[in-house]
Design a protein around this ligand. Structure first.
Ligand SMILES: [Zn+2]
Length: 161
């Protein structure tokens, strides 16, 4: 089931989410719905608070060999390097910003059955991991961006003002 994505300004996006402690059908349905919602919106990641569920659950698919990544209670345990680039968010439609992130991160998380695992991502995957895990602490990329990125049309409209 595709769920409604909350947008910037909604209080749920600013809450610190609680750890997931049960790994049952309710979690699996949430993960399924989150993946469906992410794919339908053409996004590369979605965090549970974006659909109003204040639990530490994330889905990511950056279109690489990993395919769909499900992360329960994820934590960044190592980060290195730096990348600067454009970033957007399904909760901030129509906008993009320039955000500096680590170039490589390792995340420790649990799978849908509660089993611990680690995943390391570079480039876009590292960016997505950082972005989605930030959501679990009520942080949105606009808090960290250096500046907003406008497309050409918007730039012209701004200049005309
Ligand atoms: Zn986001």
């Amino acid at each position: 089931m595709v769920r409604k994505i909350l947008e910037l300004g909604d209080e749920s996006l600013r809450k610190v989410c609680k750890p997931m402690k049960t790994y049952d059908l309710r979690l699996w349905l949430l993960l399924r719905d989150m993946a469906e919602t992410m794919y339908k919106a053409d996004g590369v990641g979605l965090a549970a608070p974006q659909v109003g569920i204040l639990r530490r659950v994330v889905v990511i698919d950056v279109g690489d060999d990993h395919g769909l990544i499900e992360l329960v209670n994820p934590e960044i345990i190592a980060a290195e390097g730096e990348q600067a680039g454009s970033e957007g968010c399904l909760s901030v439609p129509g906008r993009r910003g320039y955000v500096v992130r680590p170039n490589k991160v390792t995340v420790r998380a649990q799978d849908r059955k509660g089993k611990h695992f680690e995943i390391t991502g570079e480039g876009l995957l590292a960016r997505a991991l950082c972005h989605e895990i930030d959501h679990l602490d009520g942080i949105i990329y606009v808090d960290k961006m250096d500046h907003e990125i406008f497309d050409d049309d918007e730039e012209e409209a701004q200049e005309e003002k």
